[in-house]
Design a protein around this ligand. Structure first.
Ligand SMILES: [Zn+2]
Length: 211
């Protein structure tokens, strides 16, 4: 057997001998967790309709997924990427030509240090062997408290702006986000992508929150 294959196999088996990232008790079997922890995730694996847009969700936004997403998003527990993106890969994802992460504003990026949806999107894109595409930027996200429904929609629509330097165009895309609640961000992003000429816009989220 060639040396590089031996090294690859060695790495593969060493990876398997790491403890599960959730229970730290059993060995890793799938996407950095053990078989039991994987099976006990609050699986949904379904398509939900939000704002008339079909969105694939891997899990329900319930324990422990809610906590894991918070750790990944706000507490720099970036090692959870493999697990969270792994749940997306267990969905029956459509054939697309690019993956579009949900953008966050520069203010949030500075505050957080990274865009959690971009990390997940990169992971999924690698798996699908397609590029990550970021043609839309997001302006400052302010609190929507005190706004009526219509004002909220208008406010969120103005947050998404076309990145004018982008000349690339993809027809079939997959939006990736961590959590979907009302779906207003996905709707606003989809609208902008349509304006750019996208004809088939799909969306997948790690977890769907109950409305
Ligand atoms: Zn475990």
């Amino acid at each position: 057997m060639p040396m590089f294959k031996l090294i690859q196999q060695g790495k593969h088996w060493l990876g398997k001998l790491q403890p599960c990232q959730l229970c730290h008790h059993d060995y890793q079997a799938i996407h950095s967790v053990c078989q039991d922890c994987w099976q006990q995730l609050p699986w949904a694996c379904q398509t939900v309709q939000r704002q008339e847009i079909p969105v694939q969700i891997a899990c329900h936004y319930a324990y422990p997924m809610d906590r894991l997403i918070q750790l990944f998003k706000y507490e720099q527990k970036l090692y959870l990427e493999n697990l969270l993106a792994g749940t997306l890969l267990s969905l029956n994802l459509p054939k697309v030509s690019a993956v579009v992460p949900m953008p966050i504003s520069t203010e949030k990026l500075v505050q957080r240090g990274y865009n959690q949806s971009l990390l997940l999107a990169k992971h999924v894109a690698r798996h699908l062997n397609v590029p990550v595409w970021q043609p839309i930027t997001r302006l400052k996200q302010h609190s929507q408290k005190g706004l009526c429904r219509l004002e909220r929609i208008e406010d969120i629509d103005t947050q998404f702006q076309m990145n004018t330097s982008s000349k690339l165009r993809y027809r079939k895309v997959l939006i990736i986000d961590d959590v979907i609640t009302t779906g207003s961000s996905i709707r606003a992003l989809s609208q902008k992508l349509e304006e750019l000429g996208c004809q088939q816009i799909n969306a997948a989220c790690v977890a769907g929150a109950k409305l």
